[in-house]
Write a protein that binds this ligand. Sequence first.
Ligand SMILES: NC(=O)C1=CN([C@@H]2O[C@H](COP(=O)(O)OP(=O)(O)OC[C@H]3O[C@@H](n4cnc5c(N)ncnc54)[C@H](OP(=O)(O)O)[C@@H]3O)[C@@H](O)[C@H]2O)C=CC1
Ligand SMILES: O=C(O)CCC(=O)C(=O)O
Length: 421
Amino acid sequence: MPKEIYDSYENMLFNLDSAAKKLGLDYDDYLSLRYPERELVVSIPVVMDNNHVEVFTGYRVQYSSSRGPCKGGLRYSNDVDINIVKTLAALMTWKSAVVNIPFGGAKGAIRCDPSHLSREELKRITRRYTAMILPLIGPEKDIPAPDINTNDEVMGWIMDTYSMFKGYSVPGVVTGKPLEIGGTLGRQGATGRGVVYIINDIAPLIGFSLVGAKVAIQGFGKVGSILAQLLAHQGSKIIAVCDISGGIYRESGLDIDDLIKYVNNNPSKTIKGYKSPGVTEFPKEEIFYFPVDLFIPAAKENQITASIAKKLNTKIIAEAANGPTLVEADEILESRKIIVIPDILVSAGGLVVSYFEWVQNIQSLMWDESEVNELLMRIMKRAFNEVWAVHQQREVNLRMAAYMLAIDRVVKAKKIRGVFP
Ligand SMILES: NC(=O)C1=CN([C@@H]2O[C@H](COP(=O)(O)OP(=O)(O)OC[C@H]3O[C@@H](n4cnc5c(N)ncnc54)[C@H](OP(=O)(O)O)[C@@H]3O)[C@@H](O)[C@H]2O)C=CC1
Ligand SMILES: O=C(O)CCC(=O)C(=O)O
């Protein structure tokens, strides 16, 4: 058993190397996949509301463009560094390949705490960051999208800044933007919707039913809240959720529609202070320990460590967050027969609908929401079936199956392009 790996990039490399080995790849054929194509670190000077200047650090990592333009979200958080951005950019590469859409992978971040910044400060930081990464992005090169603590409004600011430099409107430079400026119907709930589609796909194959299933969810943001709502509407009991402020629990299931309304109206945009009959509070670190049928990490990476894996009391984990499970935890979960549906498959819904948004932008088309959701379901189902087939044929777990599918596709693209001898 390998030592417990807390370095997220090492964690990703471990999975990449294992998949390459199982595929029987030559080291020469996949060595370049262990490195990002391009990394940019920028220092962003911004005049704050108090008229003093602060300098923020920003990142954009383009991991691979072998299968198409680089694609991936932009995160605002105090705990980002180049290592985590590289990891997330790699995961985007594998994710695009698993769902077989013509994108590579990228990720961006700005080290900041948005809860301590005014809207105007955030806007100035975003605009300056955009100007500084401008040579790297564009509809044919690299297309940012929302991730932790960013949203459609932030995407609108990026689009505007990029368009100002170009001298004309370029909607296709970002996805996840407001509908009024070229966003697509269906993007806001797409990641959560994709998670629920995949759980519905796997359910009959493993004798699982979402109706009446007990669920715990870590993270109640853009992804966690929507998937909680969709699962609740399908008859699951969401017994516990948490965000950065703490957790809430109700044995008979939380009223998710009511909770979403509460969070939207709460000035802190958290679940803190939510009261309802039968609801009790718990410290957020305890989210892992409720006896449930389905556990969904929807917050951030490196959450499920070996010690947590030993105690998790669930049948299935659906990784809505990117990179929530450490390698050593994976081994423990497998030995405990807990099924892990990996991030690069189950969380791909947002990416897929971003692809639809980009397609609409470059063709000046506008699709109906039903068209978006139907095609999302088809693409997610195709990806699930392909991962499941590798899982069955090669007798590997679902993460390894997804990595094998993805890496094979990226290596083939590189070979066809003549990158390797
Ligand atoms: N947005 C997207 O389309 C996609 C996102 N993802 C991944 O999903 C995850 C969530 O992203 P998203 O929903 O967009 O981000 P948001 O910023 O909208 O939400 C993040 C949620 O996680 C909570 N959170 C953060 N840290 C902790 C913690 N230590 N313990 C418990 N809760 C915590 C936040 O709480 P609070 O709000 O109180 O800070 C918030 O509820 C990330 O891993 C992201 O990379 C994956 C695919 C696509
Ligand atoms: O919508 C996108 O392009 C990317 C979303 C993302 O960052 C992710 O899937 O992690």
